[in-house]
Design a protein around this ligand. Structure first.
Ligand code: SF4
Length: 274
């Protein structure tokens, strides 16, 4: 039995094709910009079993011909046994499986039971969407309450086993929207050979109301949204250090000074976990 926050039956931003998106309850991280603080406590979710979820998927299976199931949250790997069961049963039905994770639940102890479960999970996971919040450890701790060591180790492990990965990175003015941090981010990606896609997501403030409704303080109150142009600049800086500039970027300079004093603010892209 799993604790589920909600299910979206027609997701288009959570992996390839049209996705059946399962939002897991529970997350140990405390990202300052989290837009789903209502997913933090695992027991707040509705109980559902894997067969029930797969039956819901099967009802509209034709929608998902080029897509599949995405597990997101919260942090799906918090409910490892349930996630393993869901993806194992999904693969038996030849359903494409995508795991959207922060990587915080990774363990480097290769003799542990937890690591054995991660290996089994990866055997039934087609794609990992890995959300590396900050590449610098001290800043990562400030932003999320946790070190990024396990997360970076997970990224390297995924590379070692050749698992296809899409990287997601939310860029926040004054926190991750810094040339040095973005350059380091790209340099880290350069160490990996399994990254198929990079998604740079501009920070937006759409989740702020949730904190008010839950009577919680919002740590980034007053931080402006990132504009689309700023997000594009951030992506170019990462890509330059990564060595994977888009063709359209090759002719333009990517060393323009970052200007936080923007006037035009976009609503941004809604990250599933952010
Ligand atoms: S943004 Fe994602 S990883 Fe961070 S606290 Fe929220 S659910 Fe957890």
């Amino acid at each position: 039995m799993g604790y589920i926050h909600s299910i979206e039956t027609f997701g288009t931003v959570d992996g390839p094709g049209v996705r059946f998106v399962v939002f897991f309850q529970g997350c140990p991280m405390r990202c300052q910009y989290c837009h789903n603080p209502d997913t933090w406590d695992m027991t707040d979710g509705k109980e559902k079993n894997a067969d029930e979820i797969l039956e819901m998927f099967e009802r509209n299976r034709t929608f998902y011909r080029t897509g599949g199931i995405t597990a997101t949250g919260g942090e799906p790997m918090v409910q490892m046994d349930f996630l393993l069961e869901l993806f194992t049963k999904a693969k038996e039905k030849e359903i494409h499986t995508c795991l959207d994770t922060s990587g915080i639940m990774f363990t480097e102890d290769r003799n542990s039971e937890s690591f054995a479960k991660i290996e089994r999970l990866m055997a039934v996971t087609d794609l990992v969407m890995l959300d590396i919040k900050h590449v610098e450890d001290v800043a990562h701790k400030e932003l999320t309450g946790h070190s990024n060591q396990k997360i970076l180790a997970f990224a390297k492990y995924l590379d070692e086993i050749g698992k296809p990965v899409w990287i997601r990175h939310v860029v926040v003015p004054g926190i991750t929207y810094k040339e040095e941090a973005l350059t380091k981010y790209g340099a880290f990606l350069k160490l990996l050979s399994n990254v198929e896609k990079l998604e740079v997501l501009p920070y937006h403030t759409l989740g702020e109301n949730k904190y008010e409704n839950l009577s919680m303080d919002y740590a980034l109150k007053g931080v402006p949204q990132l504009s689309k142009d700023e997000a594009n600049d951030a992506e170019k800086i990462i890509r330059k250090a990564w060595g994977k500039l888009l063709e359209s970027d090759v002719s333009s300079s990517v060393n323009e000074e970052i200007d936080n004093n923007t006037e035009e603010k976009s609503g941004g892209i809604v990250c599933r976990t952010c």
